[in-house]
Design a protein around this ligand. Structure first.
Ligand SMILES: Nc1ncnc2c1ncn2[C@@H]1O[C@H](COP(=O)(O)OP(=O)(O)OP(=O)(O)O)[C@@H](O)[C@H]1O
Ligand SMILES: [Mg+2]
Length: 425
C-alpha cells in the first residue's frame, strides 16, 4: 500500500490547541478524518480548497493584465467549458488577481431575459468605488459617476414608472454622454471614460461576465463593438467572460471580428495529476492521507471533473473512520456521493425541463455520449427535425444542451447521458 500524502511537521491543530492535543486526540478514534474539517467544496462557484490544473490559464491572465496595464495591444480572455468544470471559480480567481494589482473590478452574471445595461452599470460602479479612495481628483470620479448614472437611467425598463435607479450615486446624472439609448454607443463612451479614470491611477478596470452565452444577441453585439473600439484606443479596460462551450460561436455570430478580441481558453476536466492534487493537498493541511488505491478509485468515479472531484472527495472524507482514506472508504461512500449528485447536480437541472424537452434529452442519451446529429434524435423519436426545433432551442436557452457544431448537439452537463439512462423514461 502506497501512501501518497505525508504529514507536515507542524499542524494547525497543534498550533491552536497545544495543551489539548496530546491528552485528547488519541482517545477520540475518529478524530483523524473529522467531518468538521472536511475541506472539499462541491457547489456552484464554491472556491475549491486547491485550484488544481489551471496554471496555464492563470499565467495567461497574468500576461493579459500586465500588457493591458502597459497599454500594449492585447486580446481579453474568455473561459469556456462544460457545467461544473470550474469556470466561475476561475473567473473569481482572475478577479482577485486584478484586485491584487489594485485594478477596479466588477462582475455580472448574464441572464437571457435581462439587458446588460443595469448590471454593467452596477459592476462599473463597484469598480470605480474600488479606485475612488486612491484618486487624487474627486471631481474626476464625480464626473464619471454622473455619466454612469445617465447610462443606467437609459435602461428601457427604467422608463416605465420605476424610473429611479438608485445605486447610491449621489451626483446628478450628466447629459450628452453614454445616454443616447443606443447600447453600442453608450457602452463605448462609458468604457472609454472608465478606462480614463483608471489611467489616472496607472491601473486598469476589469469587467467580468459569467454565463456570457446568456447575454442577449443585441447586447453581445454592442459589447463586442465597445471592446473593439476600446482595443483600438488602448484604454485599460477589459471584459473577461466565462460561458458554455458554444460561447465563441455566439460571439462570432454577432461580430465576425470577435475572435480577434478574445483569447478563448477552453477548460476541461482535470488530468490525473491535477485531480489527485485537488484531493491530496487540502487533506495534507489537515493531516489526512489517501492510499494510492483510494485515489485510483476516486479518479475513476469523478473522471477528473472538478465538481465530481469535490463531491466524491467530500463524502469519502466524511465516511472514512481514520486516515489514510482507503479504497474501502471510497467504495462505501460512492453510492452516497452519486445520490447527492443525482439530486443536486443532475436532478436540479432535469427538473427544469418540460416533458417534451425530457423526451428529447432521453433520445440524445440513448444515442451516445459524443455530440449527436440532431437528425438522429429526430429519427429516434420518429419525428420531423423541424418539429423538434422548439424543444431543442429551449433546451439550449436553459443551458442544458449546446450545439457543438452545425447539426450536432451535446449535453452541457458532464455525465448527463449516463444519469438519464439510469432514469425511468
Ligand atoms: N481547478 C479546480 N480544482 C479543484 N476543484 C475545482 C476546480 N475548479 C472548480 N472546482 C470545483 O468545482 C465545482 C464547480 O466549479 P464552478 O462552479 O466554478 O463551475 P462552473 O464551470 O462555473 O459550472 P457552471 O457551468 O454550472 O456554472 C466547485 O465545487 C469548485 O470548488
Ligand atoms: Mg459557473
Amino acid at each position: 500500500m502506497t501512501v501518497l500524502a505525508t504529514a507536515p511537521a507542524r499542524t494547525r491543530r497543534s498550533t491552536f490547541f497545544p495543551n489539548l492535543r496530546r491528552p485528547l486526540y488519541p482517545a477520540i478514534k475518529s478524530e483523524s478524518v473529522d467531518p468538521v474539517r472536511n475541506p472539499y467544496a462541491p457547489g456552484a462557484g464554491q472556491r475549491p480548497p486547491e485550484l488544481a490544473g489551471r496554471d496555464r490559464e492563470l499565467q495567461q491572465f497574468e500576461v493579459v493584465l500586465e500588457r493591458v496595464a502597459r497599454g500594449r495591444p492585447e486580446r481579453s480572455m474568455v473561459v469556456t467549458g462544460l457545467r461544473g468544470v470550474g469556470k466561475t471559480v476561475l473567473l473569481n480567481t482572475f478577479k482577485s488577481m486584478a484586485m491584487q494589482r489594485l485594478w477596479g473590478t466588477g462582475k455580472i452574471e448574464a441572464r437571457p431575459d435581462q439587458s446588460i445595461r443595469r448590471p454593467v452599470a452596477a459592476a462599473l460602479h463597484m469598480a470605480i468605488r474600488e479606485l475612488a479612495p486612491r484618486h487624487r481628483a474627486p471631481e474626476r470620479i464625480e464626473e464619471f459617476l454622473g455619466v454612469l448614472k445617465a447610462f443606467a437611467m437609459r435602461d428601457p425598463a427604467a422608463a416605465k414608472g420605476t424610473s429611479h435607479w438608485s445605486p447610491g450615486i449621489e451626483v446628478p446624472a450628466s447629459r450628452g454622454r453614454a445616454d443616447s439609448g443606443d447600447l453600442e454607443i453608450d457602452l463605448t463612451e462609458l468604457f472609454v471614460d472608465a478606462a480614463s479614470v483608471a489611467t489616472d491611477l496607472a491601473v486598469g478596470i476589469a469587467l467580468f461576465i459569467d454565463e456570457m452565452q446568456d447575454v442577449q444577441a443585441a447586447d453581445v453585439s454592442a459589447l463586442c463593438a465597445a471592446c473593439h473600439e476600446l482595443s483600438q484606443t488602448g484604454g485599460p479596460l477589459i471584459v473577461v467572460g466565462a460561458g458554455l462551450p458554444h460561447l465563441p460561436s455566439v460571439l462570432s455570430a454577432s461580430k465576425s471580428y470577435s475572435e480577434r478580441l478574445f483569447r478563448y481558453a477552453r477548460i476541461d476536466k482535470l488530468d490525473r495529476e491535477a485531480a489527485d492534487l485537488a484531493l491530496i493537498l487540502p487533506a495534507r493541511e489537515e493531516d489526512v492521507e489517501f492510499t494510492q488505491e483510494a485515489l485510483d478509485a476516486l479518479y475513476e468515479a469523478a473522471d477528473g471533473y472538478p465538481y465530481f472531484v469535490q463531491a466524491y472527495g467530500k463524502v469519502a472524507w466524511d465516511l472514512a473512520p481514520r486516515s489514510p482514506i482507503t479504497l474501502d472508504d471510497v467504495k462505501v461512500s460512492a453510492p452516497e456521493a452519486e445520490e447527492e449528485l443525482a439530486v443536486g447536480f443532475f436532478g436540479s437541472r432535469y427538473e427544469r425541463a418540460t416533458p417534451a424537452e425530457r423526451d428529447y434529452m432521453h433520445a440524445m442519451a440513448q444515442i451516445g455520449d459524443e455530440p449527436v446529429p440532431t437528425s438522429d434524435v429526430a429519427d429516434a423519436l420518429g419525428r420531423k427535425p423541424s418539429s423538434l426545433s422548439p424543444a431543442r432551442d429551449s433546451l439550449i436557452k436553459k443551458g442544458l444542451i449546446y450545439s457543438a457544431e452545425r447539426g450536432l448537439i451535446a449535453f452541457t452537463v458532464p455525465h448527463f447521458g449516463k444519469f438519464l439512462r439510469a432514469q425511468p423514461v
